[in-house]
Design a protein around this ligand. Structure first.
Ligand SMILES: Cc1ncc(COP(=O)(O)O)c(C=O)c1O
Length: 497
């Protein structure tokens, strides 16, 4: 079998010297460089050899996907309908035949225990029965009509009860919800800037694409067609740094701090004790609103990290899994924000608010959201997810310790992460430095070849209500096999079987 034309990733990884590696590896913030000939304690040459062996194994077991998509899918720029479909560890992505619960099947008949779960979109399992029924029911009644349904009434009540905020709006993506919520924050405070934590991701909201370079704010590299200086719209400080936060808010121009309560998008960074209390105290005293983005940390429990830890945001965003995999998001706010929003609106001339998309709050997504909130995101489901995620975290830690690796594992509820560097990480700069792209890529592919799928961008694993203990054991076993192949003195042929 010839090498697939699309095998761009391999060129990145088959490098065994720091110079060659540095010439072609890129991380989310730009070039990723290594100083030594190891990554995460593993020699670059061994990483390349393991990836090479895993790649051969993948090619042998995915011939149909290779024929259908391995050279790019015709009609799509760069061969994919969405650019991140090229970001997987595989030489080419497999085509999905079907997915149910926590099992995904590809067109070659391979089955995977799915711990990626659509990078959170399917966090509650693929096609939960209650959602599938609601979608089928609504499909016969019209899909979108720019008017509310009886499901809309239920959803308003359910969101308010669950997250403790009384006022809600619906959108289609978490990106949109964040964008609209930030606009409201600016409107009610009359302030121009937002504040983000270095290393954050809140979707493709322009002004959140800033980072710290040697302590100074700068646009994140890599943005296409972005000529504006985003630092004029946003301040950026490190997570867990209350002194820097206080100094940044002292300018009096920050409308809103937008934060994930646990940073989940660049490795995982937990809040240090007292950080959230300090964040709330400082934002209140500066007259700055606080937006908590629960899109990923909803993994904590039915009311997200906010409810589990008694946070008191002014605005809250939840996207991705809130309609069981049907595109939908929701953003909520306090009565006080609503009152000030009414005042701000009254001072403006009639005209477009700059918020809203036509298909938002459509009948199909609202039906799916109601089913998800009522029947899927239950306390019972979260208890199962939390317990199995605890087993997964413990299993990964045991392997890391057994092989004496300078790595760590951690989690926020049902969201587990292993990091190929020592921990705990305190902020975005440390999280960025902890990334080990080539090593992670080799491990991810080794897991795929052993029937386990994890999220492509970093080492994130999600446990769903449909996930079984056997699947968790399978993943821990696959992780150990990958670690063994990377660390054993010789590369034994059997270890890659
Ligand atoms: C915390 C957080 N907020 C918002 C988003 C954006 O979600 P979407 O891509 O569905 O708009 C993401 C995506 O990963 C996210 O992690």
């Amino acid at each position: 079998m010839g090498s697939p034309a699309w095998d761009c990733r391999l060129r990145f990884i088959a490098r065994d010297s720091p110079a060659a590696y540095n010439a072609c590896h890129f991380g989310p913030y730009g070039p990723r460089t290594v100083q030594h000939d190891t990554l995460g304690g593993i020699p670059l040459a061994r990483i390349a050899a393991v990836y090479e062996a895993e790649r051969e194994s993948y090619l042998a077991t995915h011939p149909r996907s290779l024929a259908l998509a391995g050279h790019g899918i015709a009609g799509f720029w760069q061969g994919v309908p969405m650019h991140w479909m090229r970001d997987w560890s595989m030489p080419y992505p497999f085509l999905v035949e079907s997915a149910r619960g926590a099992v995904l099947t590809d067109v070659d008949g391979n089955e995977y225990a799915d711990f990626c779960l659509g990078d959170t979109g399917s966090m509650f399992g693929h096609s939960p029965p209650a959602v599938a029924e609601a979608v089928a029911r609504q499909a016969g009644r019209g899909l979108t009509y720019m008017l509310p349904t009886e499901d809309t009434i239920a959803v308003g009540r359910l969101l308010a009860e669950r997250f403790g905020l009384p006022q809600w709006q619906l959108a289609t993506t978490a990106t949109d919800a964040n964008r609209f919520a930030l606009r409201v924050a600016r409107a009610v405070t009359g302030r121009p800037k937002i504040l983000v934590f270095n290393g954050c991701y809140h979707g493709t909201v322009d002004e959140t694409f800033v980072r710290l370079v040697d302590g100074q704010p700068a646009n994140r590299p890599g943005m296409l067609g972005q000529f504006a200086d985003l630092t004029r719209l946003a301040r950026v400080v490190e997570f867990n740094d209350l002194a820097a936060l206080e100094a940044a808010l002292a300018h009096g121009d920050v409308a809103c701090v937008i934060a994930e309560p646990v940073m989940t998008n660049s490795c995982m960074v937990l809040p240090e004790p007292g950080f959230h209390a300090g964040l709330r105290r400082l934002t209140r005293s500066a007259g700055t609103l606080l937006l908590i983005d629960e899109t990923h940390t909803i993994s904590t429990g039915p009311g997200g990290y906010t409810r589990a830890h008694g946070l008191e945001p002014d605005l809250l965003v939840i996207g991705k899994p809130v309609a069981g995999g049907v595109p939908a998001s929701a953003w909520g706010f306090t009565d006080e924000v609503a009152r000030r929003l009414g005042e701000a609106r009254a001072q403006l001339p009639p005209g477009h608010s700059g918020m809203g998309t036509t298909l938002s709050a459509n009948a199909l997504s609202v039906a799916a959201m109601r089913a998800t909130l009522e029947h899927v995101m239950t306390g019972e489901a979260f208890a199962h997810m939390d317990s199995l995620a605890g087993r997964l975290e413990a299993g990964l830690r045991t392997v890391i310790e057994r092989y004496g690796l300078p790595w760590h594992a951690l989690r926020v509820g049902a969201r587990v992460e292993f990091v190929c560097a020592p921990g705990p990480l305190r902020n975005g700069t440390e999280a960025e430095a902890a990334h080990a792209p080539a090593l992670e890529q080799a491990i991810h592919l080794a897991l795929v070849n052993r029937g386990c799928l994890i999220a492509p961008f970093h080492n994130m694993m999600l446990v769903s209500p449909a996930t079984t203990a056997a699947q968790v054991e399978r993943l821990v076993g696959a992780f150990e096999a990958a670690v063994a192949s990377l660390t054993l003195p010789e590369l034994p042929p059997g270890v890659l079987d």
